[in-house]
Design a protein around this ligand. Structure first.
Ligand code: HEC
Length: 124
């Protein structure tokens, strides 16, 4: 009996850790981590303004391509004459810094997925 119990417990642990691994892969964990550490000082997840605009609804204000370009170098987007970027700058008075953490394409994808998830959760 003891042996079967041991096998049963091991099987449970295996199933549970497989579940956790799958969740970590598909989730927005990395994007959330980036947000908390590098964006939350200036952006709230609601529609409330902080140093920068609140993120709620941001994915419907811009295309994904625009956000991807913005994150790589906000100042360059403003200087390129982009009307949306210029309007934002006039409203918020400061220019968002170019952040090393999103220099990497994968990190940008993670944070954009996190923003999508935030919009979805808040639309309910
Ligand atoms: C030092 C403050 C600051 C930090 C840190 C910051 N931002 Fe910003 N962000 C701004 C400001 C200010 C604006 C408005 C445009 C401007 O004036 O540059 C902005 C605009 C944006 C916009 C467009 C928002 C809209 O509603 O149109 C996005 C998207 C964005 N930031 C994403 C991010 C992400 C993602 C991070 C973290 C990786 C981040 N920002 C970190 C200040 C910041």
């Amino acid at each position: 009996m003891g042996r079967y119990l041991k096998i049963f417990v091991l099987a449970c642990v295996a199933v549970m850790s497989a579940g956790f691994a799958a969740k970590a892969e598909e989730g927005t964990g990395e994007g959330e981590r980036i947000y908390v550490k590098h964006c939350s000082g200036c952006h709230k997840l609601t529609d409330q303004t902080s140093k920068g605009p609140g993120f709620q609804g941001v994915m419907s204000r811009h295309t994904e391509a625009w956000i991807d370009k913005w994150l790589q170098n906000p100042k360059a987007v403003i200087e390129s004459g982009d009307a949306d970027a210029i309007k934002l700058k006039e409203k918020f008075r400061i220019i968002m810094p170019t952040l090393k953490v999103v220099a990497d394409e994968k990190a940008r994808r993670e944070i954009i997925n996190f923003l999508k998830e935030n919009d979805k959760n808040r639309a309910q």
